[in-house]
Write a protein that binds this ligand. Structure first.
Ligand SMILES: *Cc1c(COP(=O)(O)O)cnc(C)c1O
Length: 486
C-alpha cells in the first residue's frame, strides 16, 4: 500500500474554499514567510476516507478478533465505559479548576469519582488506601518501591536489596533497581512451578527491603503458600509487594491484603476496561496498608465532614508527586464505570469465567502441545513447542502461523524460565465458539508441523510484510518512508 502523498493528483480537492480576502500580514517578517506552498497532497474526500479505512483494516485489535496475549489481558472493553469517560462534564474539566466555592460545583463530581474509585480498589484488594497517580504498571511498581524505601528510611532500617522470583515480569527487577535496590533472583521450584521457599529462606536477610511477588505467577499458577512467604518477609522486617497487573484471575476470590501484602499495584489498562498495549494512556494505581499510607504521593483526595471532596497536600512524609495532577483521569473513569457496572457478583463471575476459559484451552490442547505444569491454571496457561521442536518447529513458527489463521499470537518466549514458552490468556469475554476455533487452529498447526514443517517456516503469508529477520528488525530499525521500502 502506498503512502497518501503518492496518490496525490494536482488540482484535485476535497473542499472548495473561497479565495482568501485577507491580505498577507506585513507583520510576519519575510524570513518566516513560506517560499513555496506546503507539500500537501491533493485528494478528494473519498480518496482520503478510503486510504485511512484501508490502513485501519490492516490493524488488529480485540475489536477484530481473538487476542490471547498472555500477561496482557486483551479482553473486550465495553464501549459504554468509553462513553462515560467522554461525557462533557468530565472530559472538558480543567485540572486547575477550584475544588470548592466558585467553580467547585464543576469538580466535585470528578473528585468523588477519584475518592470512590480509591475505596472500591481498596475493597477489591483488601488494602487500606490507594493512589491513582501512577500512569502504568511499571510506574506503579516504581512508586511502590519508593514507598517501601520511604518506610525503611523512616524506621532507620539499613536495607539495600529486593528479592524477586525468576519468573517475574521484567519490569519488577528494573523498578526495584531504579529505586536504588540490588535485585536478587529467587528460583522457581521446578516441581511445583511456584517460588522455591527453601531458596527464599536461604537468601533473605536483614538487608532485604522487600519481596516482589506475582500471584498467580507468570506461569498462571496460584501460590497457596503465600501466607508463609508473608511471614518470612515480615520476620525480617521486609515488606511484601504484590504485582497485581493481572487481577483477572482473583477478583472477588482472593484479596492480597488478606494475605498480608503491604503494597500492591494494579493495571487498570488490563483488568478494568482500558485496552492494554494500544499505546494509549494507562493507569497503575498503588494500594498500601495503614503503615505505609503516610508516604503516599500527594495530593490525596479527601472527603470532608460536610460530604464535599477536596485535595489534601498536608502530608509531610509523602514521597511527593509522581505524576502531574491526579494521573490519567479518563482511565480511572472507565475503571469506575466498569466496576459499578459489574458489581461484586459481576467481578467475581468475570474471574471465574477467565479461569475456566484458560483451563478449557489448556486441557483441549494437552494432547497436542507439551504443558510444563499440567494442573489447574488461573487466568492464563503456558504451553511449549517442545513436541514440535522435534520437527524443527519452534514457538515463533507457531505464532506466525496463527496470524495466517486470523488470530493474534499468544505471548511467546515468556516466562523466560520455560523453553519455547507460549503463554495464552483467553480472558472472560470470549465465547466458547471463539475458543474452539482457536483450539482448532492450534491443533491444525500441530498437525502441519509433523507433515509439512517447512510450510510453517514461511508463515505469515497473509500479511503485508512476511517473516522479518527479527534481530535485524530490532537492531536496524527503519520506520521512515522511502521509495525503496514502501
Ligand atoms: C503488564 C505487566 C506489568 C507492567 O505494566 P505496564 O503498564 O506495561 O508498565 C507488570 N507486571 C506484570 C505481571 C504485567 O503483566
Amino acid at each position: 500500500m502506498s503512502v497518501i502523498f503518492k496518490k496525490s493528483v494536482p488540482g484535485r480537492t476535497g473542499v472548495n474554499l473561497p479565495k482568501s480576502d485577507v491580505p498577507v500580514s506585513a507583520q510576519v517578517p519575510v524570513m518566516y514567510r513560506r517560499k513555496s506552498p506546503p507539500a500537501m497532497c491533493e485528494l478528494s474526500e473519498l480518496d482520503v476516507v478510503r486510504h485511512f479505512t484501508a490502513l485501519s483494516r490492516k490493524n488488529y485489535g480485540v475489536d477484530t478478533n481473538f487476542y490471547p496475549l498472555g500477561s496482557c489481558t486483551m479482553k473486550y472493553n465495553p464501549k459504554v465505559c468509553e462513553k462515560v469517560a467522554s461525557l462533557e462534564g468530565f472530559g472538558q474539566l480543567h485540572p486547575l479548576l477550584p475544588q470548592l466555592r466558585r467553580g467547585g460545583m464543576l469538580t466535585q463530581g470528578a473528585l468523588r469519582v477519584l475518592y470512590d474509585l480509591e475505596s472500591m480498589l481498596s475493597e477489591i484488594t483488601g488494602m487500606d488506601a490507594f493512589t491513582l497517580q501512577p500512569m502504568a504498571g511499571a510506574h506503579g511498581e516504581l512508586t511502590g518501591m519508593m514507598l517501601i524505601a520511604a518506610y525503611h528510611r523512616a524506621k532507620g532500617n539499613q536495607k539495600n536489596e529486593v528479592l524477586i522470583p525468576d519468573e517475574a515480569h521484567g519490569t519488577n527487577p528494573s523498578s526495584a533497581a531504579i529505586a536504588g535496590y540490588t535485585v536478587r533472583s529467587i528460583p522457581t521450584d521446578p516441581e511445583t512451578g511456584t517460588l522455591d521457599i527453601a531458596a527464599l529462606e536461604n537468601t533473605i536477610s536483614s538487608s532485604t527491603a522487600a519481596i516482589m511477588m506475582t500471584n498467580p505467577n507468570t506461569l498462571g499458577l496460584f501460590n497457596s503458600d503465600i501466607q508463609k512467604i508473608a511471614d518470612i518477609a515480615h520476620s525480617h522486617d521486609a515488606l511484601l509487594y504484590y504485582d497485581g497487573a493481572n487481577l483477572n484471575a482473583i477478583m472477588g476470590k482472593f484479596r492480597p491484603g488478606d494475605a498480608d501484602f503491604d503494597v500492591i499495584h494494579l493495571n487498570l489498562h488490563k483488568t478494568f476496561a482500558t485496552p492494554h498495549g494500544g499505546g494509549g494512556p494507562g493507569a497503575g494505581p498503588v494500594g498500601v496498608k495503614k503503615h505505609l499510607e503516610q508516604f503516599l504521593p500527594i495530593s490525596r483526595v479527601v472527603k470532608r465532614s460536610d460530604n464535599t471532596y477536596t485535595l489534601d497536600y498536608d502530608h509531610p512524609d509523602s514521597i511527593g508527586y509522581i505524576s502531574p495532577f491526579y494521573g490519567n483521569f479518563s482511565v480511572c473513569l472507565k475503571a469506575y464505570a466498569y466496576i459499578l457496572m459489574l458489581g461484586r457478583q459481576g467481578l467475581r463471575q468475570a474471574s471465574e469465567q477467565a479461569v475456566l476459559n484458560a483451563n478449557y484451552i489448556m486441557h483441549s490442547l494437552k494432547d497436542h502441545y507439551h504443558i510444563p505444569y499440567l494442573k489447574t491454571c488461573m487466568h492464563e496457561c503456558v504451553l511449549t513447542a517442545k513436541k514440535q521442536l522435534e520437527n524443527g518447529i519452534n514457538a515463533l513458527d507457531i505464532a506466525k502461523s496463527l496470524i495466517d489463521k486470523g488470530f493474534h499470537p499468544p505471548t511467546i518466549y515468556f516466562p523466560l524460565i520455560i523453553k519455547e514458552a507460549m503463554m495464552i490468556e483467553p480472558t472472560e469475554t470470549e465465547s466458547k465458539e471463539t475458543l474452539d476455533s482457536f483450539i482448532l487452529a492450534m491443533i491444525e498447526i500441530a498437525q502441519v508441523s509433523k507433515k509439512d514443517p517447512l510450510a510453517l517456516k514461511r508463515a505469515p503469508l497473509s500479511t503485508p510484510v512476511s517473516r522479518l529477520n527479527e534481530a535485524k528488525a530490532a537492531k536496524e530499525m527503519n520506520v521512515s518512508y522511502t521509495e525503496q521500502n514502501s
